[in-house]
Ligand binder design. Structure first.
Ligand SMILES: N[C@@H](CCC(=O)N[C@@H](CS)C(=O)NCC(=O)O)C(=O)O
Length: 371
């Protein structure tokens, strides 16, 4: 008979071995289910800030090894490099072929990862260990809150679109405009004019659509779609500001006069004032003639790249066509028409209009799921 002390030690050893083997079995099962040799990794650097932090646990899968697309966050390993790296796919070359090539970049890094590839010019599918589909924060981080109305319209819709294009998770909080919740003492603390949208970034409160969008771009420059010139591009920034100012003065104001007559008055059960409408259409048309000249020379309002300024135009103008005013589709302004159709055809916009804030908030959160 073994002495009690030895028996206890043996039993503890057995229990430890059994818990190790069940953890091992669970890990091995996860490897099979995710088709990924490292289904869980710990982040060691801050190169993916602000989305991913040092110490975060990332959950990976490799279900479709040949289907990584731009914007995906991937973990890769390069022969000769000791550590695996978690960065975002920036470019996918040859997307139709089974031997796709990838260029990656850390959201928090100025340049792409070429120097990390150990002499290679790109990554191939075999270097990709897995795609990030979830994360467990090392410390709790607040998710952004968007205070918006029930309808996907106005500035709230533009902010929601920017959040979706930049793949920023957010929580949608309904402000019940029908019951004047926007004028409640609680909401007036957030927005002194009692309006929406309002953004709450962990207690940092911001209102005014265009300011919110610019803040999001500045805070998450490398995440999702780039929507403004780099801060160091002084002339690009100046042209951006010029176009943003033009949007408020020469598009939003005359457009709103028309929307007031054909959309808002109808919603309120008021008759259309024909004189106001004619005046608005004349004014708006004259401004769009100048847009036509600009858009004949450049693809978008702030240059040849789609930017926040183009998205600012989506506040209320999309409600014109359903109300019977097709001024933005006029054949006499083919470049305005081309530009406008591209904007209203953006897949994220179509989805947002079709399925509402909640869906896009969920989608954004799902895409970068807590990272
Ligand atoms: N300049 C503001 C305008 C915001 C705005 O007009 N919001 C509308 C709804 S989209 C609103 O809150 N209206 C209620 C009110 O003005 O009392 C912005 O760009 O955010």
């Amino acid at each position: 008979m073994l002495p009690g002390r030895i028996r206890r030690a043996l039993l503890e050893g057995l229990l430890f071995a059994s818990s190790l083997s069940s953890s091992y079995m669970a890990y091995a099962a996860a490897e099979v289910v995710t088709n990924c040799k490292s289904p869980v990794v710990v982040v060691l650097s801050g190169s993916m800030e602000p989305g991913i932090h040092r110490g975060d646990l990332l959950l990976l899968s490799n279900w479709a090894p040949n289907e990584y697309t731009n914007g995906d966050i991937a973990v890769y390993e390069v022969p000769g490099q000791a550590e695996s790296i978690v960065h975002r796919v920036l470019e996918t070359r040859d997307p139709q072929s089974s031997s796709r090539r990838y260029i990656t970049k850390g959201d928090n890094n100025e340049v792409d990862d070429l120097t990390l590839y150990n002499g290679m010019q790109w990554l191939e599918s075999e270097h990709l260990v897995g795609k990030v589909y979830g994360a467990n924060r090392s410390t709790s981080t607040m998710v952004l809150k968007l205070y918006a109305g029930a309808r996907v319209a106005g500035g709230s819709a533009v902010v929601a679109l920017v959040l979706a294009l930049k793949k920023i998770p957010y929580e949608y909080i309904l402000v019940d405009m029908a019951n004047k919740e926007n004028k409640s003492a609680e909401h007036l603390k957030r927005h002194p004019y009692g309006q929406i949208p309002v953004l709450d970034d962990d207690g940092f409160i911001l209102y005014e659509t265009r300011a919110i969008c610019k803040y999001l771009e500045n805070k998450f420059p490398g995440q999702g779609m780039r929507l403004a010139p780099a801060m160091t591009d002084v002339q690009g920034q100046a042209l951006f500001d010029q176009a943003a100012s033009v949007e408020v003065a020469n598009f939003y104001r005359p457009m709103l006069k028309v929307v007031q007559e054909v959309v808002f008055n109808k919603m309120m059960g008021r008759p259309t004032n024909q004189a106001n409408l004619d005046d608005g259409l004349k004014d708006f048309g004259a401004k769009l003639d100048v847009y036509e000249q600009l858009l004949a020379k450049q693809k978008y309002t702030a240059g040849n790249e789609l930017s926040l300024v183009d998205l600012y135009h989506l506040t209320y103008a999309p409600s014109l066509e359903p109300a019977g005013v097709d001024i933005l589709q006029s054949e006499s302004r083919p470049n305005v028409k081309r530009w406008w159709n591209e904007l209203i055809g953006l897949p994220a916009w179509v989805q947002l209009k079709g399925e509402g804030y909640k869906h896009v908030a969920g989608l954004a959160a799902g895409t970068t799921s807590g990272v």
